[in-house]
Every structure is written in structure tokens, then in C-alpha cells.
Design a protein around this ligand. Sequence first.
Ligand SMILES: [Zn+2]
Length: 431
Amino acid sequence: MTIFRARVLDTPDDPFTGGMLRSDEDAGLLVVDGKIVERADFAAVRAAHPDVDVVDLRGGVLLPGLVDTHVHFPQVRVIGALGMPLLEWLEHCALPEECRLEDPAYAQEVAEEFIFGLASAGTTTSLVFGSHFAPAVDLLFSEAERIGLRVTSGLVVSDRGLPDALLTTPERAYDESLGLAERWHGTGRARYAVTPRFSFSASDELLDACAAVEKDVHDAWFTSHVNENPAEVAAVAELFAEAEHYVDTYDAHGLLGERSVLAHNVHATDVELGVLAGRGAAVAHCPTSNSSLGSGLFPLRRHVEHGVRVALGSDVGAGTGFSLLKEGLQAYFMQSLLGPEGLPLTSTHLLHLATRAGALALGLGDQVGDLGVGKEFDAVWVRPLPDDPLDVGLRHAASAEDALAKVFALGGGSDLAGVWVAGDRVKFARN
Ligand SMILES: [Zn+2]
């Protein structure tokens, strides 16, 4: 039993439908067995529990653990390859690196680097694009378990359009996926996600095999890419002549539902937004990736107006790092640059997109995403060094919203003084 004392900011109520930032200047969170059981002014919680240990996190702000709904395990070493659009970047940068994960020793190193990247950015929950190689996916799950992060992931499958080393068959895809799901789905904090890379590299038979895994693994998740880049959208239209829209290539196989997260959707039609809303599927918006690859400006307003759920993804390695704070800031920039078509965002929207919206997209809204009573204590302590510009900004902020805006504008991994999952402090590999 522990009392955490901090300035707490979170967004239990959706700001896209009028919810406000919840801010407690001097809160006490009583945590028992990893779960928050009381939240009130520190003095009141302290008076009610005078003998309980206090962890003093004053100075800075305490946020819910960040949630990344789209991030690629095998791409940690290729972050920062600027200057290419999607298909060229895949061919020259991402895919050659992904081939190297066939070697388990290589994959183990990358798994450690990747999980360290998530944890050190304050990302406590993530939906991870795995590897094309089943042993590498086992190593990813093992490393996530060792460090304690909540990871949903799976075998990435493709049977055309990629280097031979990354291709599989529908039968092998089914067998290997089922094996991984049997080992990991529902084990500790791990869950399995059926993961065809994208329709560009999947035949109808492979997508059928994915649907079979989704059916045979109880409560499995589904993730893939959609509508990222105009050249990709055109290529998919050519490959699937019978599909009217890109989203249909997944929907025709029964792959979309409330446990589905599709990344990007920059070039969505209104029909597709209607389908996604109807299925209850969520979209992972990845603003630094979209900006870096020149994929386009995300139509957030149209998603919200159609009732499509949206959360944030870093899309490492096309995205430029693991920080969801940076993704939030870039999402804000993008909506500003869209002018009248954009959806103006406040710091409260950014925190919601980086925490509660992600938890809801991943079906974990009753466990994580905010720091209310009944939730697990997954938290990030933002405490910059003294006189760092963020420290100056926080000390002189005009309001809680202003302080939060400064966290998104100025905050990075080096400003995080602590990360917890279910009440346990996350110990990074290098600590
Ligand atoms: Zn991606």
C-alpha cells in the first residue's frame, strides 16, 4: 500500500465531446496491489492513512502512462531515415532491416532496444507491429514481460510484394500465429494481434487465414495499415479490383470490429469512415510519420464527425521517435496547418489522444488511460531538471492547461523522472 503525492493531470472525460482536463494541484493517490483505490487532496488521504508510505512526486506533473497504438518492433534502428515517401522508404530502409530479424540473436538485441525505447518514453501500453519471424515475436513478448509493459502484438504476415525472406503462406501464417497466440495471448499483460502488414502485400487467401486466426483466438486483436499514401492506395486498388475502397479489402474478410486498429487513414473516403464507424474500429493517427514520409495531413475533423475513434501512434521507425508527447505536438501542428479543414486542438485534447483514447482503442479503458479510482497505477512523472526551459515553463504556467501545453511543447524522454506500471516502477534495461 502506497500513497503517491503529485500534481496530477488526466482526461477521464473525452474533450472532443466537452470533457475538461482534470487537474489536482496536490493529490494523494492511494495504491493497493497496483490499483488506485482512493484519490483526493493529499492531506485528506494522508489523514485517513497516517501509517502508509508516501512517494513524494512533487515538482513537475504526474500523467497517466502513455499509450502508443501503432509502433513497429523491428524498426528501432532505422528511425530517422529522412527523405523518402512510403514505398521507397519500405524498399530501401525498413524491409532490409526487417529481414535481419530472422537471426534470433539480432532480434533479441532489437527487442531490448525497442522495449527500452517504449519505457524510456513513458509508453506503458502499446499495440506493436511484430516481426515477420515467429521466434522474433516470442523474443519481443518475453522482453515486454521482463520489463513489465503492456504489449499487444503479433506475427506480421505477407505473401506477396515484399522481399522473399519476409513472405509466408496462408497455412504457415495460420499455424505460426496460432502457436504464438497460444503462448502469449492473455499471459500476464500480453495479448495477441492478428497483423497482415497491409493489403498491398496480402492475397485474399492470406487475409482469409488472418480471419481464421481472429476467429480461433478468443478476443484476439486485429491491426494493419490503410490509406497511408496515394501511391499505396492506387496500388491496392489495382490488386483488389473487386474492392471499391481500401477499407473493403479488410472488411470483405470480416476482419474489422471493435478490436481493430488501422494505422494512418490519411486518404480516407467518407464511405470508408462510415464503415469504420459502423464496425467500431479505431484509427491510429501517426503524425510524425505522416509528416516525415510526406504522406499527407490527417483529416481528424472528418474522423470525429463520422464517429471514428482515433488515438495516437508513433509509427517508429517512419515516425521520428518513441515520444507520444512529440506525436501530440505534431498532431496539433497538423490540424493548425489544415486551416479551416483542421480541428483546433488544446493540450487537453493532446493528453486525451495520448492516453485515454489509446486505452479505449485497445479495449483497456476500464484498466488504464487515466488516474482515477479503480484504474491501475500506470503513470509517468514529468519532472525536468531545474532551470530547464520546461521547468521554467511549469513554474510560470498560467493554468493547468497551460502547464500541460508546455509539457507537450517542451517535454521529452529526458524529462521523465519515473514510469510505473500497475504500481511497480519500471526498471529500464540500462538502469
Ligand atoms: Zn506502420
